[in-house]
Design a protein around this ligand. Structure first.
Ligand SMILES: Cc1cc2nc3c(=O)[nH]c(=O)nc-3n(C[C@H](O)[C@H](O)[C@H](O)COP(=O)(O)OP(=O)(O)OC[C@H]3O[C@@H](n4cnc5c(N)ncnc54)[C@H](O)[C@@H]3O)c2cc1C
Length: 338
């Protein structure tokens, strides 16, 4: 007989970990979250919640304050292509607001917390141990460079092209009801309204990011106060599998393509639902196929856009092509929004 401190130990209290906690509580599982950082937790992020992910969060009782956005616009110096969401708006939400709202809801649902960084994971046929806790199952939701992943021997490598993301906030009245993606030769700037007088700007690129790459955007930001920079990468993490015995990986820890299409949080929330189903059914291995199913559209579309935009000639053609083919652009955006 094995005795446990909890049904589920979750390593990482970001959106993936906390959505997993809420799903697990919904199934009546006891939950402990291990997270070393003091709240509210911030992170380099474009801060746009796609409509589908927002709906999943709302169904978990999580309704963070933010700014609605109604679609995605691709913008170059001369051109602009817009695609409206068909099924309601997404929402620009500061990471600190998202974290505070998720955490409050998880505490309301009797989730326990330990403030610690997990450095080792051990498992046997009956359970998993980490940070002095013995659990029936463990979810690693500890981000792009997951320690849990390494501890349980799941292989991961940074993929190509090697891209990085940096985010700032600018104090300026939000000027668009779209998340705008500005395209330049060297990178993309992803602009999300998060408060009436605050926009987030995340630059994605292979080199050191520079706002001067985007003169049209720089004009909007002239004279605005700029907050602290936050960065991370390399973004593409190719992960060989998501399950090792009683350990499951959720969110960025499970593998990541790129931030260009902006739905990492939505995906983490969807992965949380299928991971907890597998745990509640005591069939953890079933999660692998479920993960492939819920992430398929994102993996193919995001990889496709990143690869298409890597050679200079096709990169230049992206915004004009989206402007000329609004039906196709809208179709792609709405697949990712769902
Ligand atoms: C530049 C950029 C822009 C982006 N824009 C968007 C966007 O607009 N919309 C969107 O939905 N997504 C966006 N994303 C993606 C999104 O930020 C991630 O997909 C999302 O944060 C994943 O959540 P997570 O919980 O898996 O990981 P994280 O948010 O990274 O959380 C991991 C948590 O684990 C904790 N942790 C790490 N190691 C340990 C350990 N050893 N022990 C215990 N805890 C640990 C960390 O402290 C952290 O709190 C963007 C990403 C980047 C880089």
């Amino acid at each position: 007989m094995s005795s446990y401190d909890t049904d589920l130990l979750i390593v990482g209290g970001g959106p993936g970990g906390l959505a997993t906690a809420l799903q697990a509580r919904r199934h009546g599982l006891s939950v402990i979250v291990a997270e070393p950082r003091e709240d509210p937790i911030d992170k380099a992020c474009g801060e746009g919640l796609m409509p589908g992910g927002l709906a999943e969060l709302m169904s978990l009782g999580v309704d963070p304050a933010g700014m609605p956005f109604h679609g995605i616009a691709y913008v170059s110096e001369q051109r602009r292509a817009e695609a409206l969401f068909r099924n309601g708006p997404g929402r620009g939400v500061r990471r600190t607001t998202l974290h505070a709202t998720l955490q409050a809801r998880a505490k309301e649902q009797d989730t326990e917390w330990i403030r610690t960084k997990v450095t080792s994971v051990e498992q046997d046929a009956h359970g998993v141990s980490a940070a002095g806790i013995r659990a029936k199952f463990l979810v690693g939701a500890d981000g792009l460079h997951s320690t849990v992943r390494r501890c349980v021997g799941i292989k991961a490598a940074a993929g190509k092209p090697r891209r990085y993301g940096v985010r700032w906030h600018f104090t300026v009245p939000a000027w668009s009801e779209f998340v705008e993606v500005y395209w330049s030769r060297l990178g993309e700037a992803y602009v999300t309204p998060v408060e009436p007088d605050l926009v987030g700007v995340a630059i994605l690129s292979q080199g050191r990011p520079d706002l001067a790459w985007f003169p049209r955007l720089a004009r909007h930001l002239e004279g605005a106060g700029r907050g602290q920079a936050r960065g991370c990468g390399p973004l593409r993490q190719v992960v060989s599998r998501r399950v090792a015995g009683r350990v499951l990986l959720v969110g960025d820890a499970a593998g990541y393509e790129d931030a260009l299409t902006g739905e990492g949080v939505s995906l983490a929330v969807k992965q949380a639902a299928v991971a907890v189903n597998a745990i509640a059914n005591e069939t953890p291995a079933a999660y692998e196929a479920a993960w492939h199913r819920v992430t398929r559209n994102y993996r193919y579309l995001t990889r496709g856009v990143v690869l298409a935009s890597t050679p200079r000639a096709t990169r230049r053609a992206i915004v004009p092509a989206c402007e000329r083919l609004p039906g196709l652009f809208g179709f792609g955006v709405n697949i990712l929004a769902s």
